[in-house]
Ligand binder design. Structure first.
Ligand code: ACO
Length: 314
């Protein structure tokens, strides 16, 4: 296989609020049941609390530490979030200052596909000369969710994850696909000062289709097939969406990183949280291929195929 300059992941971190909200907690105050939530979504509990910047800082610091680096070694930071702490400035301003990163920083908002978008953008900045980029995904969806609306309250939660990308002559990123269909905006949105509004069934159908088609395009660019993938790291929205996408791609669930049973849907936090968990469990070895895939409001979608090129990290 030919080599080309790009990036590889050298450190990972994550952060979850302490406060756990179980399905039983919702049972006490909403017309719902643990059985309904578990069967329809796979979620048993989720975490709520903290701010997007607080979670981002903890996850980012963790990733830098796990890479054996210090903040001064990082020359750029990208924060993927759809729940910024303020409208102005970007939350990355506060996060990069508090972590102590001297270089540039910016927010990316592609909803739940945002983290995979951010990985691809970071890789291109590294191709253009940056040495190390901290890529954080952090969201506090509980703040924009009506906790009395059973159709969304049981799904959306808070969390963050992060990775340090480092320049290499042999890029880990082998294929990618980023897309958006803005005509689908009405099926999942949140106005300023409002709460998440969602047509769940329609989002479900489109999510499966978008994940499968996008993954196929990224695999094709990488010149590999689904059977070459050792680990899938999907957006953690609903176990049934992941199962349906995997089945269509022909990838076994045993090769799939899953944390949604304990985290719920944490939007930008979900892919790096799942990656961190899978790496800690030893689900991927150096040289193996990882397929990242996300979808979200927009509707956005994003996939990336990466050759894992790190010693044990976590
Ligand atoms: N408890 C009990 N009943 C419920 C609940 C609940 N928490 N929520 C909805 N219901 C009811 C509905 O009101 C409906 O009742 P009705 O038949 O009397 O009208 C019934 O359950 C079935 O509703 P459906 O919407 O058909 O249920 P479905 O099997 O589709 O599951 C779900 C709903 C879980 C929301 C599913 O559609 C889904 O996961 N969709 C995708 C959501 C998603 O991934 N969103 C995030 C995108 S990423 C981002 O950018 C944030």
């Amino acid at each position: 296989m030919s080599t080309r300059p790009g990036s590889r992941i050298v450190g990972i971190g994550s952060a979850l609020p302490e406060h756990v909200v179980t399905n039983a907690d919702f049972e006490k105050r909403l017309e719902t049941s643990d059985k309904w939530i578990t069967e329809r979504t796979g979620i048993r509990e989720r975490r709520m609390g903290g701010s997007t910047s607080e979670l981002a800082i903890e996850a980012g610091m963790g990733a830098i530490k796990s890479a054996g680096l210090s903040p001064s070694d990082i020359d750029f930071m990208i924060l993927s979030t759809t729940t910024p702490d303020q409208t102005v400035p970007a939350t990355s301003a506060v996060v990069s200052d508090r972590i102590g990163i001297a270089g540039g920083a910016m927010d990316i908002n592609a909803a739940c596909a945002g983290y995979v978008y951010a990985l691809v953008v970071a890789n291109s900045l590294i191709v253009m000369g940056q040495r190390r980029i901290l890529v954080i995904g952090s969201d506090t969806l509980s703040k924009i969710t009506d906790q009395n609306d059973r159709s969304t309250a049981v799904l959306f939660a808070d969390g963050a994850g992060a990775a340090v990308l480092e320049a290499t002559d042999n890029s880990s990123l082998l294929g990618w696909d980023l897309g958006i269909d803005g005509s689908a905006q009405p099926i999942l949105y949140c106005d300023h000062g409002g709460y998440m509004q969602m047509e769940g069934r329609e989002v479900f159908k489109r999510a499966v289709r978008a994940m499968v088609d996008s993954a196929k395009r990224a695999l094709e660019m990488a010149n590999v097939g689904p059977s070459d993938i050792s680990l899938v790291v999907p957006h953690q929205a609903n176990i049934r969406i992941i199962e349906a996408a995997n089945e269509r791609l022909g990838i076994d669930m045993s090769k799939t990183a899953i944390v949604l049973d304990t985290t719920g849907n944490t939007s930008s936090g979900s892919v790096p949280l799942a990656l961190h968990d899978a790496v800690k469990k030893g689900m991927v070895d150096r040289g193996q291929l990882v397929l990242f895939s996300g979808f979200g409001a927009g509707m956005t979608w994003a996939s990336a195929v990466m050759r894992w090129d790190a010693d044990a990290i976590g």
